[in-house]
Design a binder for this molecule. Structure first.
Ligand code: GDP
Ligand code: IMO
Ligand code: MG
Length: 430
């Protein structure tokens, strides 16, 4: 019996999960997403092609590998259908190697309306949601009013849909949201609904399965399964900087409920971190840089959201947050991405403790959003060298290796690989 390996983000998302999953896929038989939905944007690059995936797992470009969208994921059929079309344009036919859980919940157009209504009602306290309907759809799941993928095969689907939509419109009215002015792209709600309904036909062409049986059968047959996380540990619904979080379990625990595998079936847990730190949307970010260095990280790292195009906030790597994420996930292997972005930097800093008032702490405080955190920074000399031609790990510049060794030492987790460009070919295994 094999185990499920896990690959997930340790920061606030966008650590490079898509790229790394694509690189690791040849070593697996099945790649499975376990949570999140189209709020994710996972970028892959190879042969000069750049591709962004939102709901479909990042193993999809390997035609001989199976991909699974697990029960913990949210599917927005119209976005899904666009993703399928974009893959077909690149000569990938996903109906062949993508299975979808019947228990995955659907995002309705009116969930997206409610996302906008909720954000508007929050005013200055808004989360900076991607507005893909994530919060409202997970709300309905937990409230036991949601609609699942399997329901699209049932005769009373339309009835269920209309009832739920009616409830959403009532809530939007209560929130004093102007439904008539609401747009998704250039469409109003009614126009988008037509497109959404048509997209169900695309979804119906896929293998809709009880994915928990499928995954467990794969494990029984000793097949290798990789679970692909979305978002990051600091956006987790329980342990992230609540309420500035997403609405799912982004940590290893989410793999069990999002795929239907037992905790004892979890194998290696590979955690990804950038060599610095980014965050998109609102919420605390202790190491954020508001100066020229922050702007350089954003520019050189092309730190613009893969889903919304928003500029990402940038700052130094945050060891207390990273250690917290390693603890919550049981990380066995670290993967560090994007050190190449800092190739020209004279100096690189690392936050090793937080100072809150006159107290030094290594813990993420409960009052994370309220207190002023002064990061205690240590400085490393930059390596001032291109990394493109690097062969093995030992050939990386010594100053970069010193920086990486400090990350290992301070997290207590060994680094398994370092990524030095957006391209599939540039990953150096240790
Ligand atoms: P994900 O959501 O975790 O899959 O990450 P995103 O795709 O949202 O953002 C990561 C961005 O960094 C993408 O534009 C990737 O192409 C890019 N990227 C990934 N790894 C590296 C790397 O090692 N170096 C550089 N320069 N870019 C990288
Ligand atoms: P990937 O998988 C970065 C952020 C949003 C917002 C908050 C809540 O590409 O790493 P939501 O739409 O879930 O209600 O937004 O979470 N967020 C992400 N930030 N990467 C992501 O996914 C994210 N998914 C959500 O910006 O602050
Ligand atoms: Mg992303």
């Amino acid at each position: 019996m094999s185990k499920v390996d896990v690959l997930l983000g340790l920061q606030w998302g966008d650590e490079g999960k898509g790229k790394i999953v694509d690189v690791l896929t040849p070593g697996y038989d099945v790649i499975a997403r376990f949570q999140g939905g189209p709020n994710a944007g996972h970028t892959l690059e190879f042969n000069g092609i750049k591709h962004v995936l939102h709901i479909i797992p990042s193993g999809i470009f390997h035609k001989d590998k199976l991909n699974v969208i697990g029960n913990g994921v949210l599917i927005e059929p119209a976005i899904f259908s666009e993703e399928v079309e974009a893959l077909r344009q690149k000569e990938v036919e996903p109906t062949h190697n993508l299975y979808i859980s019947k228990k995955a919940h659907l995002i309705l157009p009116s969930h997206r309306l409610l996302d906008a209504a909720n954000e508007q009602a929050k005013g200055n306290a808004k989360i900076g949601s991607t507005l893909k309907g994530i919060g409202p759809a997970y709300t309905d799941k937990i409230a036991r009013t949601g609609i699942r993928v399997g329901d699209i095969l049932e005769f009373d689907f339309r009835e269920k849909y209309q009832l739920l939509k009616f409830q959403h419109l009532q809530i939007a009215k209560m929130l004093k949201f102007d439904v008539d002015s609401f747009r998704i792209g250039d469409m109003n709600l009614d126009e988008y609904e037509v497109k959404w309904m048509e997209s169900l036909e695309v979804l119906r062409k896929f293998h809709l399965i009880n994915s928990e049986y499928f995954i467990n059968q794969c494990l029984k047959e000793n097949k290798k399964v990789l679970a692909e996380g979305a978002q990051g540990s600091m956006l987790d619904i329980d342990f992230g900087s609540y309420p500035f979080v997403t609405s799912s379990s982004t940590i290893t625990a989410g793999v069990c409920s999002g795929l239907g595998v037992a905790p004892s079936a979890i194998g290696r847990v590979m955690g990804i971190t950038k060599a610095y730190c980014t965050r998109v949307g609102a919420g605390p970010f202790p190491t954020e840089l508001f100066d020229q260095t922050g702007r350089r990280l954003c520019e050189l790292g092309h730190e613009f959201g893969a889903t919304t195009g928003r500029a990402r906030r940038c700052g130094w790597i945050d060891i207390p947050a990273l250690r917290y994420a390693c603890m919550l996930n049981g990380v066995t292997d670290l993967i560090v991405t994007k050190p190449d972005v800092m190739n020209d930097f004279d100096e690189i800093k690392m936050c090793v403790h937080y100072n809150i008032g006159d107290k030094k702490t290594d813990e993420i405080p409960f009052e994370f959003n309220e207190v002023e955190i002064h990061p205690e920074l240590v400085s490393f000399p930059g390596w001032k060298q291109e990394l493109g031609e690097a062969g093995g790990y030992d050939q990386l510049p010594e100053r970069l290796r010193t920086y990486l060794a400090a990350i290992e030492e301070k997290t207590g987790v060994r680094i398994m690989a370092v990524s030095v460009s957006p391209d599939r070919k540039d990953v150096i295994f240790k």
